[in-house]
Structure formats: structure tokens, C-alpha cells
Design a protein around this ligand. Structure first.
Ligand SMILES: NC(=O)c1ccc[n+]([C@@H]2O[C@H](COP(=O)([O-])OP(=O)(O)OC[C@H]3O[C@@H](n4cnc5c(N)ncnc54)[C@H](OP(=O)(O)O)[C@@H]3O)[C@@H](O)[C@H]2O)c1
Length: 322
């Protein structure tokens, strides 16, 4: 038996449910110690972001914890190893089963708590900056929702790899944090359009945009020739005006991207790239996940309300075990 958060009408209930019997040969079972609240969990709970076919319908896109069992084809982990994992679902639970390629060892010197802040946002950052947009050193990035769990990660990774970041957020204190993490330009979205401020900063080669809606045509105004807009969320709405003239003449590319719906192989590729390129920076202390707050799983409602109210700067973690 295990425990998991069940969505029961408007309520979230921490209740006992059946555990996993069969363990696929390529997978591991993890005793979960920490999970995290992602914006996507709010959308799933609201019924507008269902899990992909075959995935767990339990909330939770990442965990840290200890390996409990390994499938017969798994050679990379053994029971007792401290790990963190990127999930397609199922993290708000005491146990989870996940393909081993989506699991990484906790970076040396990291607690399980700190490691829980890594998988989802680090994988999303790497996938979009260096795989989808294929940023070259020196190329410049406009980042919206920059003080989010994802944003605070993107600022640090992009800066470490030589890509200057212009950050937008909705609060001066959040923008202070963005500057401390490495952003060299900032704009408070509550003060109107970011366009003039980004132009003054020198324009950008890529926009990482979880907003969509009215932001798309504004993004185009500050985007260089061959610029990329990676659309990764719809916080500002799903319909947008696109300047096709600019798109054509400046060879703009609009790239839609979700991590969750990708195949196990794709997710594995991103995790291995993180392990090679970013884990050493974490171990060296050059990059640090920013943790906003920690909550016991029994207070998951409060943790989600905190995120829904845009109060977090960085990651919001849920404690499940010891
Ligand atoms: N496609 C993917 O694979 C993928 C993966 C991970 C995350 N994401 C997306 O990336 C975003 C960040 O994720 P997260 O979990 O790190 O988020 P988070 O910590 O919950 O932060 C989201 C922030 O977005 C800002 N915001 C809210 N509504 C907005 C609006 N209408 N316009 C502009 N900004 C708004 C708020 O900050 P301010 O008020 O300070 O601006 C809020 O704190 C989310 O949209 C998420 O869905 C996508």
C-alpha cells in the first residue's frame, strides 16, 4: 500500500491506495521524500491539462527520494541510492515508478530537499534553450515569468552558458532576485509593455514565453532576424496575433514545446544532457536551485494557493517522507 493525493471534487485528499506490483524491466521504484508544485499541477487540478494517455492521474511532475526497487534491465541504480526524477505524473505520493532514464543521482553535496527542485525546471530550461532554440554563445534571451520556479533556473543556466537574459516579472522584489541571479535587463510587467525596455537593452535572439496571448506580437517586435520564440505556456491565453510579415522577412520561428508529452527517450536525452552539462555546475555551486518555500504534503492546498496567487519566487516543495 502507499499514500497519494487524490483529487476529490474541489478537495485534495491524502489517502491510502494500491501500490505498484509489477515493475517494468526498464524502470525503478522510488520511495518519495520530496515533490514540488508546478504551475502545470494547477492546470491539471482545474481539469484543463489532463495527463497524457497511459500516465498516472496523480499530480506531480518530479520527486526526490531513495531507490526502493530496480527493474531487471536497470544497471544504473541500486536500492538505497539518493535520486531525483522527472515524471509524467504521480509525484504527490509516497511511491512512484519511473523509467530509469528519467532518473538522475542527486548532485554530490545536495540534500534530497534541494534535489527535488531540479528535475522539471532544469529539464525544461535545457530542452528549450539548448535543444529547441539551439542557442549559441552570446545569443540573447527574453524571459517572461522570470521569477517562477522555471524562470529562476533559466536565468542561471543561460547566464552560465554565456547567454544574457532580460527578465520580466510582476513585482520589484522578484526583479531584484532576477538581477541577483544574473539577469542584466529587467521589466515589471505591471508597468505596461516590455517592448521599449528590451529594445533599449539591445533586442533578443530568443524569447522563452510561458504567456502567449498578446505577448506573441510584442515578442516579435524585439526579436532579431532568425529569432526564435519558444511558447511553453498559455498564461495569457491561447489565441494570438502574429505579424506574418515580420515572421517571413526576419525568418522568425515560433516553436511550441511541452516537456510532459514527450517520449521516454526524449525525456531521457534531456536528463542525460543535464547530467553532463549542468550537474557539474550544481556540484561546483555555480548554479543553485532557488527554493521559495517548503510545505508538508498535508498542506498541499495552501502550497497550491500560494503558487496560484503568484506569491512564489522560485520553487515550492512538498515534503512527503523522511
Ligand atoms: N511547456 C513546458 O514544457 C513547461 C514546463 C515547465 C513550465 N512551463 C510553464 O512555465 C511557466 C512557469 O512555470 P512554473 O511552474 O515555474 O511557474 P510558477 O512558479 O507558478 O510561476 C508562474 C509565474 O508566472 C507569472 N504570471 C502569472 N500569470 C501571468 C500572466 N498572465 N502573464 C505573465 N506572467 C504571469 C507570475 O509571476 P509575476 O506575477 O511575477 O509575473 C507567476 O508567479 C508556467 O506557465 C508553466 O506552465 C512549461
Amino acid at each position: 500500500m502507499m499514500k497519494a493525493i487524490k483529487i476529490d471534487g474541489d478537495a485534495l485528499v491524502w489517502e491510502t491506495c494500491a501500490g505498484f506490483e509489477e515493475l517494468p524491466a526498464d524502470s525503478v521504484e522510488i520511495d518519495v521524500v520530496w515533490t514540488a508544485v508546478n504551475r502545470a499541477d494547477l492546470s491539471q487540478r482545474a481539469g484543463v491539462y489532463p495527463p497524457p494517455p497511459g500516465a498516472s492521474n496523480i499530480l506531480g511532475l518530479e520527486v526526490s527520494g531513495r531507490i526502493a526497487r530496480v527493474g531487471e534491465a536497470v544497471t544504473t541504480f541500486k536500492p538505497g541510492d539518493d535520486v531525483c526524477a522527472l515524471l509524467t505524473g504521480g509525484g504527490y505520493a509516497t511511491r512512484v515508478v519511473v523509467p530509469a532514464v528519467q532518473v538522475l543521482p542527486v548532485p554530490k553535496g545536495f540534500s534530497l530537499e534541494k534535489a527535488a527542485a531540479l528535475p522539471e525546471v532544469f529539464a525544461t530550461a535545457w530542452l528549450n534553450l539548448y535543444q529547441e532554440a539551439d542557442l549559441k554563445p552570446g545569443e540573447r534571451v527574453l524571459l517572461h515569468a522570470a521569477a517562477s520556479g522555471l524562470g529562476t533556473t533559466v536565468i542561471q543556466i543561460a547566464t552560465a552558458f554565456g547567454n544574457p537574459v532580460f527578465a520580466t516579472a510582476g513585482d520589484e522584489e522578484k526583479l531584484d532576485v532576477c538581477r541577483k541571479l544574473g539577469a542584466t535587463g529587467t521589466w515589471n510587467r505591471k508597468h505596461g509593455s516590455f517592448v521599449e525596455a528590451v529594445k533599449k537593452w539591445g533586442g533578443v535572439d530568443m524569447v522563452l514565453d510561458p504567456v502567449g496571448g498578446s505577448y506573441i506580437k510584442e515578442n516579435q517586435k524585439v526579436l532579431s532576424a532568425d529569432g526564435r520564440i519558444n511558447l511553453i505556456g498559455l498564461m495569457g491565453g491561447r489565441f494570438a496575433e502574429v505579424d506574418l510579415g515580420l515572421m517571413l522577412m526576419k525568418r522568425h520561428r515560433l516553436i511550441g514545446s511541452t516537456l510532459r508529452s514527450r517520449s521516454v527517450e526524449d525525456k531521457g536525452r534531456v536528463m542525460q544532457a543535464l547530467y553532463r552539462n549542468v550537474w557539474p555546475l550544481l556540484v561546483a555551486g555555480q548554479i543553485e536551485p532557488l527554493i521559495d518555500s517548503i510545505w508538508p504534503i498535508e498542506r498541499v492546498e495552501d502550497a497550491m494557493a500560494h503558487v496560484a496567487a503568484n506569491r512564489n519566487t522560485g520553487k515550492v516543495l512538498l515534503n512527503i517522507g523522511e
